[in-house]
Design a protein around this ligand. Sequence first.
Ligand SMILES: Nc1ncnc2c1ncn2[C@@H]1O[C@H](COP(=O)(O)OP(=O)(O)OP(=O)(O)O)[C@@H](O)[C@H]1O
Ligand SMILES: [Mg+2]
Length: 453
Amino acid sequence: LRILIADDEPRFAKVLRQALVAKGYADVSVVSNAHDALEDASAHPCDLLVTDLCMPGMSGIDLMAEMKRRWPGIDIILMTAFADVQTAKSSLKGGALDYLVKPFHNEELVSQVRQVQARRRAAGIEHGNEREGIAFEGLIGTSPQMRRTFASLERAARSDASVLLLGESGTGKELAARALHALSARHAGPFVDIHCAAIPEHLLESELFGHEKGAFTSADSRKKGRLELADAGTLFLDEIGEMPLSLQPKLLRFLQERHFVRIGGTDAIAVNVRVVAATNRDLSAEVEAGRFREDLFYRLEVLTTTLPPLRERTGDVGVLVRHFLRTGGRSPDAIAPDALSALEQYRWPGNVRELRNAVERAIIESENGPIGRAHLPDKMTKHESEDHVPAGPSRTPLPDTLDHRANERQLIEQALASAGGNKTRAAEMLGMTRRRLYSRMKLLEMASDEEAD
Ligand SMILES: Nc1ncnc2c1ncn2[C@@H]1O[C@H](COP(=O)(O)OP(=O)(O)OP(=O)(O)O)[C@@H](O)[C@H]1O
Ligand SMILES: [Mg+2]
């Protein structure tokens, strides 16, 4: 049972955690406000939220509603001062299981937690979120990489700055853009997207900024651009890497000044739009090559979130397969273990989109029986017999022979680099404890600025 305690009095929350840990509930985290609670729950699935009713910023009631909306399976217990008992009582209708009136004995909380656990066990949902895949506004994934992505999207949603979404094709950039909008304060406003590669170059400017009547020969009436249509909402600039150089200064000017002029017009039009851009290209390389303006790149990359490729998080293959089976009208278990393991070892150049297509095809091919290897494309089942290496660095044994050492050093360096130097995260990626990572680094004579934890 994973428990999250939210209370703006950190000492009180820590006492509660100690009381729970003493009773064997080891997985308890503590946060001091609702935003951190959402961020923590995005990064790690949580079964039970214990929250204070009054906190600065978002109240416990609003936090409860938001948590229920995102993770319908979550259980919630409220804590409240005597003066707010009425509010707490009415919150039971909003989905809270129970409430505790402060001050209460630790034992009261422990007993309620026991009841929650017993109920979840009986319903077979003790680790519901882990097994079914945490859904984050439509994005599925339980891997540490995806959890970090969820937390980063959660942070970005809270700000109003432009966001750049990077990632290979099919990794979920569009879903992430929609999630950002849904989680932001603008969620009631429009979400407007424009695909820079799909619209012919000479039409893109008018699609984006609109035009006045008579601006060009075919402009027989005034037309609003998508930027204007996105007022009070979010504009999603998909495949920003394909935006023609000639148009980039106009976009940059809008990002700096927040107003623009329609083609053929003279008036500056001010709109309140948050821009989210995505690309599967290496934008900094595009800048090097002179195909993308450096100043626009810097303007966009302030808040960057990268969607990790599926082959780097093979642990998500299973939860995604279950998800696509379910959305395809099948039981989530309707796949043979050897078919699933073939999918886990495939390299997924087309990422989640390719996986989704494969599952949808297999559902048809298999008619009503479970999905077997025979229902999968050859390329997904063939490679396995050729190189029978387990996927991902986490399952790679770490022997001490010399050439393996070079390999291991490289693995560690890669993990450290993608964790931005954070050793706890790097260790997590490598499937080892932090302590073990330190000892391996010492053995391999790799530099480490802090020695132990
Ligand atoms: N984490 C995920 N959970 C569930 N579905 C996903 C996830 N990631 C991607 N998908 C699905 O995969 C498909 C591709 O996702 P999406 O269009 O967001 O990718 P993209 O990164 O924008 O790709 P491209 O660069 O090719 O445009 C969609 O059908 C989407 O629903
Ligand atoms: Mg896309």
